[in-house]
Design a protein around this ligand. Sequence first.
Ligand code: ZN
Length: 74
Amino acid sequence: MRNLNCPQCDIHRFVVKNEKGETILVTVTEAYEITTVHATDSLDGFDLTVIYCLGCSWKGSPKSLRSHTHKKKY
Ligand SMILES: [Zn+2]
């Protein structure tokens, strides 16, 4: 399945945070499912409602990635 990209910098790697401020690396599929990049990571205790882009300062909900899909491509 395809991964969704950041609306600002177009990369597909994000992090999510837990209450302790710890982060893990994730990607978001077309079905808005958050999956860990490293198989050993667990999403337990992490807030999946806000994702943070790894490449720029963008953050938002996984669903807000959708608004980018009709961007004009050259
Ligand atoms: Zn970005």
